[in-house]
Design a protein around this ligand. Structure first.
Ligand code: GDP
Ligand code: ZN
Length: 324
C-alpha cells in the first residue's frame, strides 16, 4: 500500500467570521484573514422552520476553509437579536431576517434635499426601541443650514435629545460633526436608514474611503448597481465596526409590535400610561386619557402624538409599510 494512503487526512482549516453579504446561495464572510465566499451546509436549510433565510447578514458563523479559498458554513452562532419583516410572495407570512446582532439603529435625515420626515423618524425609533437597540438620529447636510430651515434642526435637537436618543448633526461633505458619530459607531454593528438622497453613501465613504460607494443622482446610482438588490449588507468601517445597509426599509413592518403596546415605545408617554382611566387605553378615542391631556398641556409634542396615531392606525390595518 502506498504510504500516502495510510496517513490520516489533515483536519481542514477553520475560521470564524461575520456574514456581511448574502447573494442567493453564497455568503460573504469577513474573517480576520479576509472575506471568504461561503456556502452553507444543507442541513441548515432543512432546519429553517418559520424563517425564509437560515443564514442572515450579521450572523456570526464558523467556517471550514476549502482549498479553493471558498468556505462552508458549519455553524451559526446564537443571535443576540434581529430585525425581521414578513416575507412576501411565495413565502408570505414567514419571517425574513434582514440583519442580526445589531447594537445600534440610527435614522438618517438631512436638513434639506430631502427635508426631514418626522413620521419616518418616529416609526424607525419605535422599531429600534422595541428591539432594545441604542437609537439615534443623524441629521446630515448641516452645511445647508439657513434662516428658512433652522426649524428643522431645532425640532430634532429640542425633542429627541430629551427623550434619550443620540443626535448627530453632521455634514458628510465638510466633515463637521463626524468625529462624534465615528466614536458612537466604534465597535458596533449599526443600522443606518434614511431616504434616498439624505447622503448615506457620502457618509459611508467619509467613514471608510475604501468603500468607494457611488453617490449623487439616484438614477445614476441604480445603474451602478447599488440598490438593485433588496438584500441587506454590512459595510466594514474598521476592524470591529460595521454599518448595515438595509435597502427597502420602507417596506419593513413593525414586526411583532401590537397596537396595545405601541405607547410603551414612546419614552415621553411613560409617566402617563398608568393614569389613563382605562387600563387598556390606546390614547386614541378613549375618554379621560392622561396621554392626550399631556399633549394638550404641551408636555408631549403634538407631532410626536400625531405620528403615534398614524402608526397606531397602520398597526390596526395590519399595514406593513414603515415609511409613509
Ligand atoms: P444617499 O442616496 O443617501 O446614499 O445619498 P448620497 O450620498 O448619494 O447623496 C445625495 C446627494 O447629497 C449627493 O449629491 C451628495 O453630494 C449630497 N450630499 C451628501 N452629503 C452632503 C452634505 O453633508 N452636504 C451637502 N451639501 N450635500 C451632501
Ligand atoms: Zn390614554
Amino acid at each position: 500500500m502506498p504510504e500516502n494512503e495510510v496517513s490520516t487526512p489533515a483536519t481542514p482549516p477553520t475560521a470564524d467570521g461575520i456574514v456581511i453579504r448574502s447573494t442567493g446561495s453564497w455568503y460573504d464572510v469577513r474573517t480576520p484573514a479576509g472575506v471568504v465566499p461561503a456556502k452553507m451546509r444543507g442541513k441548515f436549510r432543512l432546519r429553517q422552520g418559520a424563517t425564509t433565510n437560515p443564514v442572515a447578514v450579521g450572523d456570526n458563523v464558523s467556517l471550514r476553509l476549502n482549498a479553493d479559498e471558498t468556505g462552508l458554513i458549519t455553524e451559526i452562532h446564537p443571535r443576540r437579536n434581529k430585525l425581521s419583516r414578513r416575507a412576501a410572495g411565495r413565502r408570505v407570512g414567514k419571517e425574513h431576517v434582514i440583519v442580526s446582532n445589531i447594537d445600534a439603529a440610527l435614522v438618517m435625515q438631512s436638513v434639506e434635499l430631502p427635508k426631514p420626515n418626522p413620521g419616518f423618524v418616529d416609526r424607525f425609533l419605535v422599531m429600534a426601541t422595541y428591539h432594545d437597540l441604542e437609537a439615534g438620529i443623524i441629521l446630515n447636510k448641516t452645511d445647508l443650514q439657513n434662516e428658512n430651515n433652522r426649524g428643522n434642526v431645532a425640532y430634532f435637537k429640542d425633542i429627541y435629545q430629551d427623550l434619550g436618543y443620540s443626535i448627530f448633526l453632521v455634514s458628510a461633505k465638510s466633515g463637521e460633526g463626524m468625529d462624534a458619530l465615528r466614536e458612537f459607531l466604534n465597535g458596533k454593528v449599526s443600522v443606518i436608514a434614511g431616504p434616498s438622497g439624505a447622503g448615506k453613501s457620502t457618509l459611508l465613504n467619509a467613514l471608510e474611503p475604501d468603500l468607494d460607494l457611488p453617490t449623487g443622482e439616484v438614477s445614476l446610482k441604480t445603474k451602478k448597481g447599488r440598490h438593485t438588490t433588496t438584500n441587506a449588507a454590512l459595510f466594514p468601517i474598521n476592524a470591529t465596526s460595521y454599518v448595515a445597509d438595509t435597502p427597502g426599509i420602507r417596506e419593513y413592518g413593525l414586526f411583532g409590535i401590537t397596537a396595545e403596546d405601541l405607547g410603551h415605545y414612546y419614552p415621553e408617554f411613560e409617566p402617563y400610561l398608568n393614569q389613563c382611566k382605562f387600563p387598556n387605553c390606546m390614547h386614541d378615542h378613549e375618554p379621560a386619557c392622561a396621554v392626550k391631556d399631556a399633549v394638550e398641556q404641551d408636555e408631549i409634542h403634538p407631532t410626536r402624538f400625531h405620528n403615534y396615531l398614524s402608526i397606531l392606525d397602520s398597526l390596526y390595518l395590519g399595514e406593513k409599510d414603515v415609511g409613509r
